[in-house]
Design a protein around this ligand. Structure first.
Ligand SMILES: N[C@@H](CCC(=O)N[C@@H](CS)C(=O)NCC(=O)O)C(=O)O
Length: 217
C-alpha cells in the first residue's frame, strides 16, 4: 500500500500546511514530508504533478492527490476511524465541522494583518478594530466548543479533533503578535503552544533560511 506523503510549505510561514500536519502528527498517523519553498521560482513546477493549482498542502497517496486542507483532514479521519479525528457524537461532530469550516472561509482581516511568522515575536503589536472583531468571534467559537465538550481534556471539545488543527495557526499568531487573551482562550493557547506537536513544528521552522519579505511585517 502507498505511504501517505504530505507536501507542505515553509514551517515558518505556511498556515495551511500546519493544519493537516498538526492533525496527522497529533493522531499518530504516519506520513512522509516533502517541503516546497513558498514563492520560489520552482514552486509551480514542483507542484504540477499534484494537480494542486500550485498551492500547498497536498496529501499524496499513490495516484491520489488531495489539495485542500479540510479535504485532507476529512480523508485522514475517514481512513483511520479508530483515531477519532472528529467527535463521535453526530451533533457534536457537526458543530466541530462548522467551527473548523468557519476558519477555512473567514477571518480575512486577521489573516492579512497578522501573517504567521513563527520565528518572530512582535511585543505589543497594534491590533486594529477589524482584527479584534475576528479575534472576538474566534474566542466566542472556542467558548462554544467548550460548552459542548465531550470530555474534560484540554482541547476545544475536550478530546483533540480536526477543529484544533484548523485553529493551530491562530494560536501561533496570538503568541507571535503578543495578543492579549483571557479565560479559556489563555489556557488553550498555552496548552497548544507547548504541546509536543507544536514544539516539533516550531523547531522545524528554526532551521529554515528562506525569507518572505511581505510576511516580515
Ligand atoms: N485552499 C487551500 C489553500 C492553500 C493555500 O493558499 N496555501 C498557500 C500557502 S499557506 C499557498 O500555497 N500559496 C501559494 C500561492 O498562493 O501561490 C487549502 O485550504 O489547502
Amino acid at each position: 500500500m502507498s505511504k501517505l506523503k504530505l507536501v507542505i510549505g515553509n514551517k515558518n510561514y505556511s498556515t495551511w500546511s500546519l493544519r493537516p500536519w498538526f492533525f496527522l502528527k497529533q493522531l499518530g498517523i504516519e506520513f512522509e514530508e516533502e517541503m516546497v519553498w513558498l514563492f520560489e521560482d520552482d514552486m509551480e513546477a514542483k507542484l504540477e504533478k499534484y494537480f494542486s493549482n500550485a498551492k500547498v498542502p497536498v496529501l499524496a497517496e499513490g495516484e491520489l492527490n488531495i489539495w485542500d486542507t479540510l479535504a485532507i483532514i476529512e480523508y485522514a479521519a475517514d481512513k483511520y476511524p479508530e483515531k477519532n479525528g472528529w467527535p463521535s457524537d453526530l451533533q457534536t461532530r457537526a458543530m466541530a465541522r462548522s467551527v473548523a469550516a468557519e476558519m477555512h472561509s473567514s477571518f480575512m482581516d486577521l489573516r492579512n494583518a497578522l501573517p504567521m511568522n513563527i520565528r518572530k515575536h512582535f511585543p505589543n503589536y497594534p491590533i486594529t478594530n477589524e482584527v479584534q472583531t475576528d479575534l472576538n468571534r474566534i474566542f466566542a467559537l472556542w467558548d462554544y466548543c467548550r460548552e459542548n465538550k465531550v470530555s474534560d481534556g484540554p482541547w476545544l471539545f475536550g478530546d483533540f479533533s480536526g477543529t484544533d488543527a484548523m485553529y493551530a495557526p491562530v494560536v501561533m499568531r496570538i503568541i507571535n503578535y503578543d495578543v492579549k487573551v483571557s479565560g479559556f482562550a489563555a489556557d488553550y493557547v498555552d496548552y497548544v503552544h507547548n504541546s509536543a506537536t507544536m514544539q516539533e513544528w516550531i523547531e522545524g521552522s528554526k532551521s529554515e533560511t528562506q525569507i518572505i519579505e511581505e510576511d516580515e511585517v
